[in-house]
Design a protein around this ligand. Sequence first.
Ligand SMILES: *[C@@H]1O[C@H](CO)[C@@H](O)[C@H](O)[C@H]1NC(C)=O
Ligand SMILES: *[C@@H]1O[C@H](CO)[C@@H](O)[C@H](O)[C@H]1NC(C)=O
Ligand SMILES: *[C@@H]1O[C@H](CO)[C@@H](O)[C@H](O)[C@H]1NC(C)=O
Ligand SMILES: *[C@@H]1O[C@H](CO)[C@@H](O)[C@H](O)[C@H]1NC(C)=O
Length: 566
Amino acid sequence: MKSSCSTTSSTNFIHSAFFIILWFWFSIIFLAGQKNSQIHAAGGGGQWVVLQKNIGITAMHMQLLNNDRVVIFDRTDFGESNITLPDGKCRNDTFELAIKNDCTAHSVEYDVISNSIRPLMVQTDVWCSSGVVAPDGHLIQTGGFNDGERVVRTFEPCGNCDWIERGLGLVNRRWYATNHILPDGRAIIIGGRRQFNYEFYPKSSATSSAFTLPLLRETNDPNEENNLYPFVHLNVDGNLFIYANNRSILLDYKNNIVVRSYPPMPGGHPRNYPSTGSSVLLPLRNLGQPSIEAEVLICGGAPRGSYAQVVAKNFIRGLDSCGRIKITDKSPRWIMETMPLPRVMGDMILLPNGHVLIINGVEAGTAGWEDGRNPVLNPVIYRPNNPFGKRFETQNPSSIPRVYHSTAILLRDGRILVGGSNPHMLYNFTGVLYPTELRLEAFSPTYLDSISSNIRPKIISPAPKVRLTYGQRSIIRFSIPAGALLVETGISITMVSPSFTTHSFAMNQRLLVLSRGKATVVAGTSSTYQVQVTMPNSVVLAPPGYYLLFVNHQEIPSEGMWVQIQ
Ligand SMILES: *[C@@H]1O[C@H](CO)[C@@H](O)[C@H](O)[C@H]1NC(C)=O
Ligand SMILES: *[C@@H]1O[C@H](CO)[C@@H](O)[C@H](O)[C@H]1NC(C)=O
Ligand SMILES: *[C@@H]1O[C@H](CO)[C@@H](O)[C@H](O)[C@H]1NC(C)=O
Ligand SMILES: *[C@@H]1O[C@H](CO)[C@@H](O)[C@H](O)[C@H]1NC(C)=O
């Protein structure tokens, strides 16, 4: 097959009033800009701002760490980036395919608070790799390409830290694999190109090997693959839900047993790379109940055959469908919904209030070099608890196409950081469709509009980085600006694990709605409230590690507070 992640040298893989006016203005521009008759949900909202005009690299992979800094990286083998390494450092890598002595950085750290960039030194090739945050808060990144395909690297969230290369920590090459944090704190690494198996990091013993996963062999389309970067979610029963191409299973990874196979999603279209759609585990509620349910939502992708067609420059319209399934159900079935727009390579990001943001991507074509067309500039919000048919709302557009190799992650303040986009094999800034994009942007959903500031909660306690234990009852104190009336039923306390995002899939993304008591006014105050919440009672519901805790009032979230559950 024609490979999008091929290299020139590798033939193996050929491889309020103001706001009303603003809204009105945006709507006019937006409607005027519509070329087709696609019906968009009324509304629109949200604001875009460019944070950085040039971070020097393309944000192909992003992870927020608990110091409010984002580790961003691209690949090492395209030549020079647009940011130099500090202190005259250079990478001297005899195995490098592009420039063996390269004095530019291929990874940077973005400090959200100061809105600044710091170049980082990553040695081996991290192209199309995967990652997970360990329970103590450091990033574990695995695999990549060429000299990096079996390498494990770590990154600590500290003031001036840099990448640490941990050597060949993987038994198999992992290029386009998916990682997930496990209840015991290890990472599982699943699949990758021509890898129909999974392994763990760290290894339980030096002789630990990989475990076969026939699903990946069976769903590997001979012409298109369509099962790379499989969607993986940790179910509430401790098994892993895995979606590859057009099939899904529940895997008991400890015993390497497929516990169940789910019915195929109607339509039978592929949803994984390069027919890239996206997937989320919807917010988990009723955590203390035995009947806790888990639902998965998969949206977009490209119809079967699309990848073969792009070779002939025929860009087929992407899928506008989403499938939603209760994976804990005895007789689960897919419920299909229609998005306002088709979307390939969209990112799905859980918002603090439990809504899902669908952002980035294109209307036609597939993932891969030069393979996407018609960027979808409008994000869409999906409200899982709204009645069927009333869940999608189109948001205001960005002006920057975010096509192949673009990413999105949730920040602590509730904004969505958006970066990347480079559908070319190398960096090309002129003379190409969708030039290599070095700008970093933030999308602020409507909940950040100043019109809501009088009802926006502010967390007073717990203090940042507080350690909480499983099942612990803890008091959350928050204020709501004076004069605002607290509606008891409008309060929800959520906990979100920050995702490792690449190739349109946010790995390890998880949102828990905490069980709570009644919110009461703190004596002697008029606008400070407290509520007792119960932390999740098991490592399966919430694998150990750092989460962002949010208080939501009428679906308006506070800023998040980092908490560590252990
Ligand atoms: C990146 O660097 C190249 C080579 O120095 C330069 O031509 C180009 O204008 C730079 N692009 C940006 C967006 O800074
Ligand atoms: C790069 O490393 C090689 C082998 O370790 C060494 O021979 C060479 O001098 C180094 N080059 C530079 C520019 O540092
Ligand atoms: C799933 O995809 C395969 C091709 O990889 C196809 O043969 C099969 O019919 C599809 N399944 C369904 C239910 O459409
Ligand atoms: C893209 O960039 C590469 C490397 O600079 C260059 O060789 C190639 O000609 C560029 N392609 C276009 C279409 O400009």
